[in-house]
Design a protein. Sequence first.
Length: 312
Amino acid sequence: MQIIETLEAIRPADFASGSSVAIGKFDGLHLGHQAILGRMRTEARATGARSVAFTFANHPLSYLRPEACPRPLMSRAQRLEAIAGLGLDACVMVEFDAEFAAIPAEEFVVDVLVGRLNAKHILMGADFRFGHRGSGDGALLRELGEQHGFTAEVLDWVEDDEEGQVSSSRIREALGAGDVEGAGRMTGRPVAVRGEVVHGDARGRELGFPTANLGGTVEGLVPADGVYAGWAVLDGVAHPAAISVGNNPTFTPDEASRVEAYILDFSDDIYGRTLEIRFAHRLRGTERFDGLEALITQMNADVVEARALLAD
């Protein structure tokens, strides 16, 4: 997939055959976003045009209202990988800054989407707004389509049978409550974070449960503190794991929250390597135990439960 990071880097010659473009924030790339991008890809293939996602490297609120900007559900790299996984030809992922925010809605469509990307079909979600002060909506897009020779399509909300209306904000709410299964249903894939495996305090190893600790910048939105069953993915291979998010209130109640995984039936040295953690089920919240024996008993129970859930 071709990745384009500035408007100036869009070469009209690359889109001489025309393009089908989906525009949106695509934070979390949930089922609603996938429906938009999938519909756009289908249209592109039917007409011989290139399929293009147009999105932002940062959430627009990070520039417009930083105090109200939510934490991203995925890192830039995670979003690009997920978009590429949908089989698109190109992704334009630009920085939403003062210069971009000042582009009038009509100019964005006519000069950028049509002029540079040679868009023949443009799609967006019903709640998306574009252009200076968010003045562009579905009605304007259709009007401009009639004037400039492209078809416009606005898709409504997608609903999950169990979760109801799917949105990035609802996924954040689910993760804040530790509901990784609900969040996974809305995204169509397991909630995942990743980072470099670093040395911890070795307390898990002393207790008989050596863990892989994620350090540095962790990509993805980490769910609420607690214990989970899931998968530790190393070099594309998924290993079953019991995962802890939070500190260890039995020993260090004031310690910063962290993500660590006890990888079942695994003993390799993986320090310094990149590890992805995929959350499948929440087992329990974080607890403080009266003593070492009670903690070890619970950890053994967690591993037994995780192994059973992941074997299904």
